[in-house]
Design a binder for this molecule. Structure first.
Ligand code: SF4
Ligand code: SF4
Length: 162
């Protein structure tokens, strides 16, 4: 007798749970159009506001004179946990002092390996790096995910410490 009661109780609990779930489903079935919460991508691209702290991909910040703050110290490369950055430097003679100074030749960024952890941005002593707001980064060819972050023709700003 006890087992029959237990069995019926189980069925009753099952139906109760089903009813609770169906109530929610039924509510959204009839009210969904009044409460649209999904984002209508890509129709909303023009009005989309990317939050300031969004991490799209790493970029080097350049000003209007095409100057940046990277002195090639390689701190970002050392901070990166998975080798997504390679800083290639060069030595040139400073015409003012006659001394040899280090400049970057190429600041290479392998986006395909980057986990967007932001450690390189935090490690940079001169705030030369930042995360941009890009979010459409899918490509067919993996090689297209390798970037040289210093723009062509750019140079280091005068007031950046060595
Ligand atoms: S965000 Fe993280 S993983 Fe990506 S390059 Fe910077 S340190 Fe490396
Ligand atoms: S981006 Fe910053 S940390 Fe990286 S090499 Fe340049 S100055 Fe150094």
């Amino acid at each position: 007798m006890n087992s029959i009661i237990k069995y019926l109780k189980g069925i009753s609990q099952g139906l109760n749970t089903l009813w609770s779930g169906m109530k929610v489903t039924g509510y959204y079935f009839f009210n969904a159009r009044k409460e649209i919460i999904t984002v209508q991508y890509p129709d909303n691209k023009d009005t989309l506001k990317i939050p300031e702290r969004f991490r799209g991909r790493v970029i080097m910040v350049h000003d209007q004179n095409n100057e940046h703050a990277c002195n090639g110290c390689t701190m970002c490369e050392m901070a990166c946990p998975n080798g997504s950055i390679k800083v290639i430097t060069d030595k040139v003679l400073d015409p003012n002092t006659g001394k040899s100074v280090r400049i970057i030749d190429q600041h290479v960024y392998y986006f395909s390996m980057c986990t967007l952890c932001n450690l390189c941005v935090q490690a940079c002593p001169s705030d030369a790096l930042a995360m941009d707001g890009s979010y459409e980064n899918a490509v067919f060819n993996r090689e297209e995910l390798t970037f040289v972050l210093n723009l062509p023709g750019s140079k280091i700003r005068d007031n950046v410490k060595d």
